[in-house]
Design a protein around this ligand. Structure first.
Ligand SMILES: [Zn+2]
Ligand SMILES: [Zn+2]
Length: 262
């Protein structure tokens, strides 16, 4: 059993610059809980839904800079860039340089529904196909900065999430994760591992997602941790679960993405 503490950095956190987060969530909201969670580095990754959102997302720079002077917790500035199917990307190599890293979100199909109305998503098969396709688009995107894929292959807000996962073959997963590894995209050890929208076991973890992580490891992927909190309660008591998921997938320190280390 690998008992080394791997989960020391959480790179997927939202503040009130994300419209879906409460007004009260700031960078400080997380800092005060880092010690009890064993977290030594955090990354703020607010949603980026449009080109106009870049300036908006960058407003947090000053807050980070002033907090960084007074804390030993390292704070990175990232963003969570939407990967709408069939649309231009919000960031290019020039604008991406404003961020320490970029999380790519290829699986917000159901919570961005108006954008996907033209797609036939009437069966788990069709949803799965789109999920995998969009994941591969994320893999090959080169933004010139460290880039990762958040909540990989998680059909957020979709009906029958477990059924969608159950239909993914190991060969399909290996194809996805081999592509991610080849293009240096870090894979997130993510909140969906313990969200009860999928079947959880006695440890409160999803065997399906742990299986996916183990295939990603076999394919040579690097990993980071991200609890995707929009407010502190979703940050507290989560990092032990993420650590445990990594251990069960056989992930060790050598498998961590550079930014996931301290
Ligand atoms: Zn997301
Ligand atoms: Zn997020």
């Amino acid at each position: 059993m690998n008992s080394k503490k791997l989960c020391v950095a959480d790179l997927h956190l939202h503040t009130n610059l994300s419209a879906c987060a409460p007004k009260t969530t700031t960078v400080s909201s997380y800092l005060e809980h880092c010690n009890s969670e064993g977290i030594k580095k955090i990354g703020i990754s607010n949603h980026l839904y449009s080109h106009k959102g870049i300036e908006h997302t960058l407003q947090i720079k000053d807050e980070i800079r002033s907090l960084q002077n007074n804390t030993s917790i390292q704070i990175l500035l990232g963003c969570e860039m939407e990967m709408f199917y069939d649309e231009d990307f919000m960031l290019d190599k020039k604008t991406a340089r404003n961020f320490d890293y970029v999380l790519l979100a290829p699986s917000h199909i159901f919570n961005s529904m108006p954008r996907y109305e033209k797609f036939d998503l009437s069966s788990p098969d069709k949803i799965r196909h789109l999920l995998i396709d969009n994941f591969k688009r994320a893999c090959v995107l080169d933004l010139g900065v460290p880039t990762a894929i958040c909540h990989p292959l998680y059909p957020i807000c979709a009906p029958n999430q477990q059924e969608i996962l159950d239909g993914m073959t190991d060969a399909q997963l290996a194809e996805c994760y081999t592509l991610a590894a080849r293009h240096n995209k870090s894979i997130e050890i993510h909140a969906c591992l313990y969200r009860n929208t999928v079947t959880l076991d006695e440890e409160g973890l999803s065997p399906s997602y742990i299986h996916m992580l183990s295939i990603a490891k076999q394919c040579g992927c690097k990993f980071h941790f991200g609890c995707d909190a929009h407010e502190p309660f979703a940050f507290i008591n989560t990092h032990g679960l993420l650590q445990r998921a990594a251990e069960r997938a056989g992930i060790c320190e050598d498998d961590l993405w550079d930014l996931a280390r301290v």
